[in-house]
Design a protein around this ligand. Structure first.
Ligand SMILES: [Zn+2]
Length: 230
């Protein structure tokens, strides 16, 4: 059996691919035995190698593996010869059971921390949303001082829902410029303060319906701007 080079002189356990026999206790280990190989002692069963108190942790969970190894005074990497790839492949790690348990606890706590972080981030997004709605409502009231506060709030909430998840980014920031605010207000006035929705419901073409309510929209906007006399 070929020896593989490995980082740090870690102990290696090989899953044999042929009949093996322990050179110390002389026990027949059969095929697929777990053995260690040393130049002086030859093949040893895990019992004779004093590794039979360890538990096997299969590869796959990098964090758990790293932590188990860290907490384990004694550990060994488990390798198996791959005929197809013509090289030894890592199967996992033999570690002390207590170390594995400790590592599992740390990993669980980690998941907890991550879950808490997700909650904090969601809270933060909700706060950003609120700040955004407030700001949008302020801008509306700036352009339309006579727009009722709750209407401005409702238009802002609607706009915020539209940009939800993008708050704080350019799209949302852009939505606060005068044109975008005006468009949001016009759409709202059209839908809520005029016959527009009813016209659409009764089969009117969108463009015609818009033309039909244009004057009504303009008059509401003028009222909200405080230009009723115009
Ligand atoms: Zn033995």
């Amino acid at each position: 059996m070929k020896q593989t080079k490995s980082k740090r002189n870690e102990l290696k356990v090989f899953i044999s691919s042929r009949e093996s026999k322990c050179d110390e206790c002389k026990e027949e280990l059969g095929k697929k035995a777990w053995i260690t190989l040393t130049e002086e002692k030859g093949a040893l069963c895990l019992s004779c190698a004093d590794l039979d108190n360890l538990v096997f942790l299969p590869s796959g969970d990098a964090a758990l593996t790293r932590r188990s190894r860290k907490h384990s005074t004694l550990s060994a990497v488990v390798l198996k010869w791959s005929k197809a790839r013509k090289r030894y492949e890592r199967q996992g790690l033999l570690v002390e059971e207590a170390a594995l348990k400790r590592a599992e606890t740390v990993c669980l706590a980690d998941e907890d921390t991550r879950a808490q972080r997700r909650i904090r981030e969601a809270d933060r997004r909700a706060e950003l949303d609120l700040a955004y709605i407030r700001r949008f409502a302020e801008v509306i009231r700036q352009f339309y001082p006579k727009c009722p506060a709750e209407t401005a709030q409702s238009i802002a909430e609607h706009a915020c829902a539209k940009y939800s998840g993008r708050v704080g980014r350019s799209a949302a920031a852009k939505a606060l410029d005068e044109d975008a605010v005006r468009l949001a207000v016009i759409a709202r006035v059209r839908h809520v303060e005029t016959r527009y929705d009813r016209l659409l419901m009764s089969g009117w073409d969108r463009v015609e319906a818009r033309l039909c309510v244009e004057d009504a929209v303009r008059s509401v906007l003028a009222k909200w701007q405080g230009n009723e006399g115009w």
